[in-house]
Design a protein around this ligand. Sequence first.
Ligand code: SF4
Length: 482
Amino acid sequence: MRSSIALKSMPAKQHSIQQAFQQPLTAPSWNADTLSRYNLRGPRYTSYPSANEFRDAYSPELYTQALTQARHSEDALSLYVHIPFCENICYYCACNKIVTRDRSKADIYLDYLYKEIDMIAQLLGTDREVKSLHFGGGTPTFLDHAQLTELVYQLAAKFTLSNSDEREFSIEIDPRTVHNDTLNLLRGLGFNRLSLGVQDFDHKVQKAVNRIQSFEHVSNLYSQARVTGFESISFDLIYGLPLQSSASFERTIDRVLDLMPDRISLYNYAHLPQKVPSQRSIDRMQLPSADEKLAMLCIAAEKLQANSYCYIGMDHFALASDEMSIAASTGRLQRSFQGYSVVHAPETIGLGVSAISSLADMYVQNHKVLDEYYTAIDKAMLPVARGLSLTSNDKIRRDVINQLISTLSLDKNAFQQRIGQNFDEYFQTAQQGLRQAEQDGLVKLSADAIVITETGRLLLRNICMLFDDYLPASTAQFSQTI
Ligand code: SF4
């Protein structure tokens, strides 16, 4: 009701753009022909520029200065904590992880992590409310209960962790390492969101990727998480794994639908054994063909949409009643290294080995090798390995790409007001690609706006690529967009 009153006072042009922003998400049709024509390599745009553009030997002093300035911001803050250890290797995995059963390694790691937390907190101060907290890895639940408790205590002692209902405190769960008591502990520590690594429920597929976890165990954990009061539960699924077929993946989707998690991330497996050594254990001959993969994607997407899920964009689905779907249809979605978020916390501090921080004018990544991370901290230095100071052109393009991802549209007049430049002139080189995208039904163009269509939502990465100044030189390093 309030929004319709606000719309009445808007000029007619602005009104039509606002309506485009606020259209409810409806089911796009997954046409295999259109999708396959746009199946290129491209970034996932969890940042712009992507991490591939970060420069080595980035100065920790620049990060120190930025943190000192960031203490004065009134925006809420986001923290990401990386726990790199895993008990077993999943052959497909390209994450930064250390496979070990030696729990004492986690104690040593945590001691260093606490020193890093201390250094960051001294520079950043404690005033900013942390509304978004994410534990990722690796396997955060590699830590035992005492270690998890101490880690949250250390964070709470150095930062202002929010206890508002709006907070998003999430943790990635490897179901094989978690039982009901861990869920109770995590809820007690303030986590309100879980992300479960499911990937596929088919036993043959699980065996081929060395990740065996029964449906019954995942189902029991899921039920307990509901009882414990987690507000949002997300499943990660992967299509394109060895021995998957469209029929077997459809059965996995059916089992997922028996449980109805709030959110689903549906990722495309990228087979890059030259870059990811563990993928050499996967038999290339067992991988599904490109056509079969596309069929899996279409079947999964159609089934999910027929069962109350909205396609948000960028591999993510959410129940229509979920906050993420509501935020998507009202232009309130945020994009970060962890994917989508509904919390406005535009700066992220990454803590731990390989973690990435995002501040107003820079990205910074910690050392990826544990010994190098430890050596820097032993020298009382921030463990910075790589980073990028953003140019004004980078920031303008980041702004446009984030707008497109978050609101599925772009208001050219608002751009001119914010940036002081004419949109079409600034992005002259994108015009031809935009016209082609319009002919292919991905966008609707007008003098004032770009509005992404339902089909275009499936190909958001491709549309963002039109505004990426670093392409095409580096596309070989990215996964396929579909
Ligand atoms: S998928 Fe998760 S549990 Fe498996 S190796 Fe990768 S980070 Fe570890």
